[in-house]
Structures are given as C-alpha cells and as structure tokens.
Design a binder for this molecule. Structure first.
Ligand SMILES: [Zn+2]
Ligand SMILES: [Zn+2]
Length: 440
C-alpha cells in the first residue's frame, strides 16, 4: 500500500517529512467501508466506554428533544449528549458515550487530545463514525484565528472526514445506518436562500462550516446535516477519499468555474502541492492540457507524471509570463491559482489568454489580486473566485475518484499526532496530504 502512495513534496524537502513519517507514523493501513450493515462495531477504546446492553442495530430509540428540534434547519445539537433528547433516532449498537477528539478551548491555545462526549444527531442530521480525516491548511488557520470570521469555541477542527453512518435523525432519508459518508467543509446550509436555491450553497449566509462554526472531523464521531454530507460508495478506501472531500471538490469546482473546454490549456500554480496535484489529475480527466507551475526537480517530475504536459519552474525561469504564453501558444485559456502566495495571482492575470479566466482558489493571508486595467479590458479577461463546491460538484468529484481517474496521495498518522502535523504545516514542511486515523 505504501508503494502506491506517491510522495508529494509540496512546500518542503521530502527528507524532513520522511524522517517524521519514520519517527512517528504507525504502519500504514487502509480501512474500507464495510459492505455489510454496520451493526456490531464496538469502541476501539473499551476502558472508556460502557458495555451496550442493546441488541445489535439498526433500531430506533426515543430520547428527549434538544432545544432546536422544532426547526427543520437548525444549528447542530452538538452540546446534546446521547440520552438528552426526545427525538427519534435510528442508530446502531455500540456507540460509546465518550470518544477521543482533538479540541482547543481558545484560539491559538493548546490543542488537547482527550475524551469528550459523543453527541446525538438532530432530526435532520447523521452521526458519522469518522475513520479518517484529512488535514487542510484551513484547519491551521481556524486554530490560529487567521481569518476575519470567528470560530466556535471550544472547537473540534477538521473538515475532510470519511466514515460510516452510525445514527441518524428521523427526517433523514438519504442515508441508512452503515452507509459511508463524508463530513465536508460545508456541513449544512439553509437550502432556501437565493444562493442555496440556485446551487451556490457554499455562499449561503447561514452556512454551517465543519471544524469552524460547528465541530468537525478531528474526532471519532462527528455530526453533519444529512442533506450536505457526501455519499461515499461502499467499498471506497476511506483514507484515500478523505482529501477529496475538501481539496478534491475545491479544485474540481474551480476547473468547472474556469469554463475551460477539452483540448484547451489550463495553468495550475502551486501544481506540486496538495491541491495542485489533484487539480492536474482532474484537469487531465476533463480533457484539458495542463501547464504546471511550481519549483524543483521533484515537483517537475511528479507533476509531469500526473499528466502536466509542460512544467515551468518559477525559481529558475527568467520570464515566467513570456514562457507561459510561449508554451501554450498564446497563453492558457484558464489559470487555477492554488499557490498560497500573492505573486502568482498577479502574474496569472498577465499570461492568461485573451478571453481567458483566472480562478482564485488559494488563500494567502492578506493578499490581493492585482491586474492592470488596460490589459484586463483589452484582453477581456475574467477574474473570479471559487470556493469549495455544491452537492452536485461533490458527487461528481467523488465519481472521478471512484472511477480511478484521480489518485489521492496521502500519508497516514494517528489523530493524536495532529499538533505535529500543524507544526510541519506552519514550517511549510508538509509533503502531500496528511490523513489522521481516528483510532490512534
Ligand atoms: Zn479544506
Ligand atoms: Zn442558504
């Protein structure tokens, strides 16, 4: 399995990462979604859980209602442990009362790996036994409070959680107990505002964000609004699909937003990073010709192995704009900016083809997209932002993965090692995507 997981140097030397992996990572294992009904799973941590006298599920129980139960759209019942509500919940047996989570009480404060209660899902929610969760840059920003939007506190971060549905509220019709589900960034939305009804759910002003405004996937049992949870086909490698739930959906949506058609050129800045490597593969699968922009021999070889026709090393190319225009015979029709730096955005506005589209995806802090007005007008270029994706984008992005068109290069460590992953991320030493195994 390890051999099939390519090393993905994104912002660092591979050496530092492989050293970390040797020092800290448990043996790599992949857990697939069980093909049979999820009825007999028990907690991996028996000393902390009480034996469950109930017969094997799924079955229905009546528990007391939480305060938001009258509304079909409500914030999560995250502060309601099992046994404190009166809604009808269908659930499997063996759900423990407590679970392990990575939680912080205050922004930038210590991240504690400790036991917290397992919460009961509301009527329109599912409880997902998270097996694996990817770690995204956003999780680091959430912890540090980098963005002009406050997080919930205390907070369990994470928004790339892949697992199995173990309980659901009585309004849930799109998931059965035992189905595989993904907890993604867009945890819920109102479904009735002008953005939701037009399929722009990520722009919903009432959106619930996993690992930001509601607790996310850095825990063993996470709650998601059933309507927004990602359906994951049975038999899927849950570790490998985790990064698709944010990174994959994000780049796929950005490519759709670019309007580039098969046979046309798309440039990807930060092509060797976690988002970039996925973007190359989606672009290729969509019939686009890819120009990868990044630096170093390792990234050059890797991006080309993944399907980039041409690679520009931004550190050694004297005139990146001229080179990008030359190799694409007039400039790429679209640019997907996933690099986490300001400069590539500005350059992409210069080398994009006339009538082309510059898509802004990466989120470098305090950055601006600058484009000179005269050529913006005369070349008639489009500059647009793209932010995760809606439910259809999610299903499509997962379908590309399921059909084997997109490989998700990952490294697995235990949930308990999250602070180390953040440390590496802060130093810019992450090669590829880290995925946390919640059982360790
Ligand atoms: Zn993310
Ligand atoms: Zn809405």
């Amino acid at each position: 399995m390890l051999k099939t997981t390519p090393r993905l140097p994104c912002q660092s030397s591979p050496t530092s990462v492989s050293r970390l992996m040797r020092a800290s990572s448990p043996p790599l294992t992949f857990r697939s979604c069980p093909r049979r009904p999820f009825s007999s799973r028990v907690s991996a941590r028996p000393p902390t859980t009480l034996p469950d006298p109930r017969p094997a599920g799924p079955y229905k129980i009546q528990v007391r209602a939480h305060s938001c139960s009258s509304s079909s759209y409500s914030h999560h019942s995250h502060s309601q442990p099992f046994g404190s509500t009166t809604e009808s919940i269908t659930m499997t047996s063996g759900i423990p009362k407590t679970q392990y989570a990575q939680i912080f009480e205050k922004t930038g404060g210590p991240i504690q790996y400790r036991e917290i209660p397992v919460q009961a899902p509301g009527p329109d929610e599912i409880l997902v036994n998270v097996k694996y969760s990817g770690v995204c840059h956003t999780d680091l920003h959430a912890w540090k409070g980098d963005w002009p939007l406050d997080t919930k506190l205390p907070l369990v971060g994470g928004h790339e959680g892949a697992g199995v549905v173990v309980a659901k509220g009585d309004q849930v019709t799109n998931f059965e107990i035992g189905d595989c589900a993904g907890v993604k960034w867009l945890n819920g939305s109102c479904l009735s505002c002008e953005f939701c009804i037009n399929g722009y759910e990520p722009n919903c002003p009432h959106a619930l964000l996993s690992g930001y405004t509601v607790d996310g996937s850095f825990q063993q049992y996470a709650i998601a609004k059933a309507i927004h949870a990602a359906p994951i086909p049975k038999g899927t490698d849950l570790a490998k699909i985790a990064p698709i739930l944010c990174a994959g959906i994000t780049v796929y949506k950005a490519l759709k937003e670019s309007g580039a058609k098969s046979g046309q050129w798309v440039a990807i800045t930060g092509a060797g990073g976690g988002l970039g490597t996925l973007a190359i593969q989606y672009a290729k699968a969509m019939g686009l010709r890819v120009l990868g922009i990044d630096t170093g021999d390792v990234k050059s070889k890797m991006t080309q192995a993944l399907g980039a026709e041409v690679f520009i090393d931004f550190a050694t190319t004297p005139d990146i704009v001229a080179e990008a225009i030359k190799v694409t015979n007039g400039g790429p029709h679209a640019v997907i900016n996933v690099a986490v730096a300001e400069k590539p955005f500005e350059m992409s506005c210069k080398y994009v083809r006339p009538r082309g589209t510059v898509v802004v995806v990466g989120l470098p802090a305090h950055a601006y997209v600058k484009s000179e007005v005269f050529s913006t007008v005369v070349k008639s270029i489009t500059i647009k932002g793209s932010y995760v994706g809606n439910r259809a984008d999610t299903d499509e992005a997962i379908d590309f993965f399921s059909r084997g068109l997109v490989e998700s290069p990952i490294r697995i460590v235990g949930l308990s090692e999250l602070p180390k992953v953040f440390e590496l991320m802060e130093k810019g030493e992450i090669a590829g995507r880290y995925v946390l195994d919640t059982s360790k």
